[in-house]
Design a protein around this ligand. Structure first.
Ligand code: ASP
Length: 452
């Protein structure tokens, strides 16, 4: 009997991990409070049951899980981008790829923010709300556009890698890949090495993903044990509207674009995105999810490595449609709470700055909210308004990150299709990429024995 059919898919396991984590967190929140109700002294050492689980075990496992994913980002992006670029037959293709990817990313973000503002104006989430507006929020100075562009060029590729500066790593890897393709025999030898390295790195990602259900469980249990549901209730209109617009963008806008521009079945993409979305949701970081997004684009959606290795990491850095949606709705919300009337020019300004802000937002938890300060300042709204929504932002951050990564894969499929590099057989095959996910420890022994 085929053993693989009996195994539960990784997506199902991650989903179970998430639900079990949420329930455990709820349970802990109900049972204990932060001060550790069930505190007692063990051999003279004060012991808090709540602290032991929430700040201890769950925190440690969750943080290790996120760190392990982040660990793979720099090697993965570098190696796969070098492999992808050196396999491009024509360097001019690179310019075209860049143009299409950036153009589509900016286009989808502009749609997202326009949709968000329109819906917020219709629903008016902040009208008539009586919130304490004396809270304070210290805004950081946003870097100017010129500096952002200058900073894309690494002065030192090693420090770019050490700092995980994605745009600089992308620039260096592209150059390295192009030079390798132009270097004849030496380039060919090096390329074989990089291809092998790529395989091994993808294997590490697969290994890490196999323990993800436990990592996701721990992250969810900690979060739901600490999250303040009272704050969410007081901002319920803002919360529901934001989740609603995020859903419209993911389930209507992306599928329509995919159908119109790539002519493929969007339902298949949405189904295959489930696992990546779960990772994005539990980590709230496009950057930490990047290894999984890349796997999905290549193995499940059939996007050729030459496109996926460029478009997906670029997207995890500059494409933040979910974040732009939050910024649009939050701006209207804050304007309404502070009873400030915004003009049409102001809204156009919000669209422009939120698009730029979402490009400049790093794919890590909570940064979208910090970049919101830039949008608010642009139209003269009080930056302290951010303090009003900060309490409910974590769950929303998780949801918008899931939308962000779905956008990255959608654009990767459209670009790949337009370049004739989308393997439609893989795309249409529901089982594609699933076999690679099931890491079996016995494989290790078998391979080892056969090599002896
Ligand atoms: N957490 C988001 C992401 O990683 C960015 C944000 O909106 O804060 O995609």
């Amino acid at each position: 009997m085929d053993n693989s059919n009996q195994k539960m898919s990784l997506t199902a396991k991650v989903f179970i991990g998430m639900i079990a984590g949420i329930l455990t967190g709820f349970f802990l929140q109900l049972l204990f409070d932060d001060s550790g109700d069930f505190a007692f002294s063990l051999l003279g050492i004060p012991f808090s049951t709540y602290g032991f689980f929430v700040d201890g075990i769950f925190n440690v496992i969750g943080q290790i899980f996120i760190a392990s994913l982040k660990m793979m980002v720099v090697p993965l992006v570098m190696v796969s981008l070098i492999c992808g670029t050196c396999s491009l037959s024509d360097p001019a293709q690179l310019g075209r790829l860049g143009g299409k990817s950036i153009g589509l990313y900016v286009f989808t973000t502009a749609i997202a923010i326009t949709l968000a503002i329109t819906m917020a104006l219709i629903v008016s989430p902040g009208a008539g709300l009586n919130l304490p507006t004396e809270a304070s929020f210290a805004a950081k100075e946003a870097p100017g556009l010129a500096q952002v562009i200058i900073d894309m060029m690494p002065t030192n590729p090693i420090s770019a890698m050490a700092e995980g500066n994605m745009l600089q790593i992308i620039v260096f890897s592209l150059l390295f890949g192009v030079a390798m393709a132009m270097s004849g025999e030496s380039g060919k030898r090096l390329s074989a090495l990089f291809m092998d390295l790529n395989e091994v790195i993808m294997k590490i990602v697969t290994l890490l993903m196999s323990v993800a259900p436990y990592g996701v469980f721990a992250l969810m249990a900690k979060l739901f044990a600490t999250i303040g549901f009272d704050t969410i209730l007081s901002l319920i209109k803002y919360f529901v509207l934001l989740v609603g617009v995020l859903a419209i963008h993911a389930f209507v806008v992306y599928p329509t674009l995919l159908k119109l521009l790539a002519g493929v079945n969007p339902v298949i993409l949405l189904k295959k995105m489930r696992e990546t979305a779960l990772f994005a949701f539990s980590t709230a970081s496009s950057s930490a999810t990047l290894p999984v997004t890349m796997e999905t684009a290549r193995r499940k959606l059939g996007v050729d490595n030459s496109i996926a290795s460029f478009t997906v990491p670029l997207g995890s850095t500059i494409n933040m449609d979910g974040t732009a949606i939050m910024q649009g709705i939050a701006t209207v919300f804050i304007a309404q709470v502070f009873a400030v009337d915004l003009t049409i020019t102001d809204y156009l300004m919000v669209i422009l700055t939120a698009t730029l802000a979402s490009i400049g937002t790093a794919g890590v938890p909570g940064v979208g909210l910090i970049m919101l300060a830039m949008v608010l300042q642009q139209v003269g709204l009080p930056v302290e308004g951010i303090a009003l929504i900060i309490g409910v932002d974590r769950l929303l951050d998780m949801t918008r990150t899931a939308v962000n990564v779905t956008g990255d894969c959608t654009v990767a499929c459209i670009v790949a299709k337009s370049e004739g590099k989308l393997d439609q057989d893989v795309f249409n095959d529901i089982e594609a990429g699933l076999a690679a996910e099931n890491v079996d420890a016995s494989e290790f022994h078998k391979t080892n024995l056969s090599q002896r």
